[in-house]
Design a protein around this ligand. Structure first.
Ligand SMILES: Nc1ncnc2c1ncn2[C@@H]1O[C@H](COP(=O)(O)OP(=O)(O)OP(=O)(O)O)[C@@H](O)[C@H]1O
Length: 241
């Protein structure tokens, strides 16, 4: 089982945000996607999910269906004002199994409660999501992702605007998912988190700068190369090819 990305280019108004990227994500792997601001990290993740049209190249799901990939978008992409309880939001992880209109059975209900338990939100099951803190809301989004029970978990800046304790506990949840055989691909900004928790890193600066074992990728020469590449691409002379 793998996600195979070949020669991927994704543009906004003909300007590439992701440029000729090749990489394969194998099952059971744990990857950080790291790079400067505007490096195309979120765009890359959205294109893996089929949420962003691609210009060239391909994304092949080998031995996987879309149902096997769960996606946790940035909090800013989610409308929190709608009336919905914590339980209902977590239960949306069952969508691939039941669609919008069927009710959930006792076993599925139990799965939702277990997922809420794993992220420390079981006692808030009946609370409206509008009343949650950022950290609590992120815990519920993690529960929704756990309920889906997908083979690959894709997360876009999951710890942005989240308190330190929640970040630590959710990193622990991710590590357990990895130990239980799930593959994880997360866009992250925090160098120390990547070094401490993620065995592999894809370093992006619109192009792939490097990919592989984190200790060999998050090094001064590669990081400098990523920054230089971004500056070069910001210049008016840079012409995508
Ligand atoms: N919807 C959009 N329309 C036009 N341009 C966009 C859009 N989304 C992103 N971009 C541009 O594409 C480039 C890559 O953006 P993206 O958000 O993928 O990068 P990122 O690495 O996730 O950035 P950050 O770390 O700042 O969140 C940036 O130059 C950004 O301005």
């Amino acid at each position: 089982m793998s996600i195979i990305v070949e020669n991927l280019t994704v543009s906004y108004r003909r300007r590439p945000a992701v440029h000729h990227v090749d990489i394969t994500f194998e099952e059971h792997s744990m990857w950080a996607v790291f790079g400067p601001n505007g490096a195309g990290k979120s765009t890359f993740l959205k294109s893996l999910m089929g949420l962003q049209p691609i210009d060239t190249g391909s994304i092949r799901l080998d031995g996987l269906t879309r149902q096997n990939i769960a996606y946790l978008p940035q909090q800013s992409d989610i409308d929190r004002s709608q009336p919905m309880t914590v339980f209902d939001l977590a239960a949306m992880g069952l969508w691939y199994e039941i669609g919008f209109f069927r009710g959930i059975n006792a076993v599925q209900k139990q799965r939702v409660h277990e997922a809420l338990e794993r992220v420390g939100m079981q006692r808030f099951a009946d609370r409206q999501i509008a009343y949650l803190s950022n950290g609590q809301f992120q815990r519920v989004l993690f529960a929704r992702m756990l309920v889906q029970n997908a083979k690959f978990l894709l997360l876009d800046e999951p710890f942005n605007a989240v308190d330190a304790r929640t970040t630590y506990e959710l990193l622990d949840v991710l590590q357990k998912c990895h130990c239980n055989g799930h593959a994880i691909i997360a866009v992250l900004h925090d160098y120390e988190q990547v070094r401490a928790y993620f065995p592999n890193t894809l370093l992006l600066a619109r192009e792939k700068i490097a990919a592989g074992a984190t200790e060999t990728i998050l090094t001064e020469p590669y990081l400098a190369q990523a920054n230089a590449k971004m500056q070069q691409q910001e210049s008016p002379e840079w012409c995508a090819s």
